[in-house]
Design a protein around this ligand. Structure first.
Ligand SMILES: Nc1ncnc2c1ncn2[C@@H]1O[C@H](COP(=O)(O)OP(=O)(O)OP(=O)(O)O)[C@@H](O)[C@H]1O
Length: 251
């Protein structure tokens, strides 16, 4: 078997609610691999731990236990214990994360936001500008919006700007959390077509989707999560056939 780009083993994450002291387990021993060029879709009911998994991989959340190993261009790196400065460097060419919501700095327009992402991935200024313009155009963000403050954009526009920043000059591993959930059919189709090109660019993807049609169309493997655990992991056809009812109910 080819060496995975990402290996997750024994991942645990709990939260203690300060008001009540109640402990919530969001990840309960998750193990998962993503191979080179694979597009692994994560499905499951609300609260199953899908976003927590992505956040622990990107280390927005620090897991309580477990290992997250990323195979970078210069060898394997253990992300859970990596010093912050080295982690910040990896969050350019090696690993990217498209969260559910756009978090652009104040007074930043779409072009600036996407251009900055391209610069972080190592593109020179002119190339970053070209890449940002091309990506925004392909995702249907028209020129009059490029300098508008991101905070005034519609929900769907914000989601496309967020996706544009994630896929512009994409990293080796891209984490996508429900990247098209707020889009109308036309823009959704554009966005899915862009996500589909990632495989041809040898980008590995770990993505959360609620829509089974998207999993059928894009994923090379599917994982079902339930109450912080991986319930099933296999080919999308097999997984969707076996878990069809449960997954369609939560879609
Ligand atoms: N920062 C946090 N503080 C407290 N609890 C949290 C936090 N983040 C996640 N949780 C809890 O962990 C559990 C898993 O949440 P998570 O967001 O990972 O689920 P999900 O499968 O992505 O759900 P959805 O499909 O609704 O986005 C939930 O019970 C959630 O309330």
């Amino acid at each position: 078997m080819t060496t995975p780009i990402l290996s997750v083993t024994g991942l645990h994450k709990t939260f203690t609610l300060h008001a009540t002291g109640r402990v919530i387990t969001s990840l309960d021993g998750v193990a998962l691999d993503v191979g080179p060029g694979e597009h692994v879709a994560v499905a499951g009911a609300s609260g199953a731990g899908k976003s927590s998994l992505l956040r622990c991989v990107y280390r927005t959340y620090l897991p309580d236990a477990g290992r997250v190993t990323l195979r970078t261009g210069s060898g394997p790196v253990e992300l859970t214990t990596l010093p912050d400065r080295q982690l910040a460097r990896l969050r350019g060419r090696e690993i990217g994360y498209v969260a559910q919501f756009l978090a652009a700095p104040p007074r930043t327009g779409p072009l600036q936001h996407v251009r900055t992402a391209a610069r972080r991935r190592g593109l020179e200024a002119d190339a970053a500008e070209d890449a940002a313009v091309g990506t925004l155009r392909r995702l249907g963000i028209d020129e009059p919006l490029w300098a508008v403050d991101c905070s005034v954009l519609s929900g769907g526009e914000r989601q496309r700007v967020n996706l544009a920043a994630g896929i512009v000059s994409p990293p080796r591993l891209l984490l996508l959390d429900e990247p098209v959930s707020a889009l109308d059919p036309g823009n959704r189709e554009r966005a899915l077509a862009e996500i589909d090109t990632l495989a041809r660019r040898e980008v590995s993807v770990l993505a959360v989707y609620h829509d089974m049609r998207i999993i059928r169309r894009l994923a090379t493997r599917a994982v079902v999560m339930d109450r912080g655990r991986v319930l099933a992991d296999g080919s999308p056809e097999t997984i969707l056939a076996q878990h069809h009812t449960a997954l369609e109910e939560v879609a």
